[in-house]
Design a protein around this ligand. Structure first.
Ligand SMILES: Cc1cc2nc3c(=O)[nH]c(=O)nc-3n(C[C@H](O)[C@H](O)[C@H](O)COP(=O)(O)O)c2cc1C
Length: 195
């Protein structure tokens, strides 16, 4: 698949089959993560955690599930997306995906914000790799944000991270319930100005 064809298939998947992804697919996705650019070449500041244990995922969902009780707030966060009703019913921030990979970063204040740029490059590289393999995937920010908002349900300790690292982004990956379909590429979603 050439790059622009790949972009046509890329989308956020929010309905997954329960069966686990193949080990060679996971290896390929992790290779994609390792091929992403990282600011100042500081790969040692990034840590990946592959979570395939339902119990751990349930613990990591608890804050997000609680947060969905505030429907007005959730509407503000995610807008009136067509599947908002479904997402309220599902109450699973990982949408049943059998694999979730968290991207954590060493805490730092030397270059404020670069940690978010780094983890996004890595997550996007995995998102495209998953798409290329015919797997569904979706970025996971909400469950991490909910854990920061509700400290009593902050179960990030289950990730068993090295000292001074915090999870900043995740990606849920699995077989999509409905096969990925190509969409037209758009050029008018982002405002652009030219100088
Ligand atoms: C930084 C970032 C965080 C995101 N976090 C979530 C999330 O927590 N849950 C979710 O369902 N989608 C999440 N998304 C997916 C966006 O909602 C999605 O990319 C956007 O609605 C466009 O839809 P598309 O990816 O299908 O084109 C996130 C995307 C980005 C870039």
């Amino acid at each position: 698949m050439d790059y622009f064809e790949l972009l046509r298939y890329r989308k956020s998947t929010r309905k997954f089959r329960q069966d686990q992804i193949a080990q060679d697919n996971l290896t390929a996705v992790l290779a994609a993560a390792n091929s992403a650019p990282v600011g100042s070449n500081l790969y040692k500041d990034i840590h990946l955690t592959v979570v395939q244990c339902r119990d751990a995922l349930d613990k990591l969902s608890a804050a997000a599930v609680k947060r969905w009780e505030d429907k007005a707030k959730m509407k503000k966060i995610i807008g009136n997306t067509p599947d908002i009703e479904l997402r309220q019913r599902v109450f699973d921030p990982f949408y049943g995906a059998p694999t979730v990979i968290f991207v954590s970063h060493r805490k730092q204040d030397l270059q404020p914000g670069i940690e978010f740029a780094n983890v996004t490059c890595i997550a996007y590289s995995m998102h495209l790799a998953a798409t290329c393999l015919g797997l569904g995937s979706v970025f996971i920010w909400g469950s991490l944000e909910a854990m920061r908002e509700i400290p009593e349900l902050d179960n990030t300790a289950v990730l068993n991270l090295p000292d001074d690292f915090e999870p900043l982004l995740g990606i849920a990956i699995g077989h999509p319930e409905q096969e990925l379909k190509a969409r037209d590429l758009k050029t008018d979603k982002l405002a652009i100005n030219y100088l």
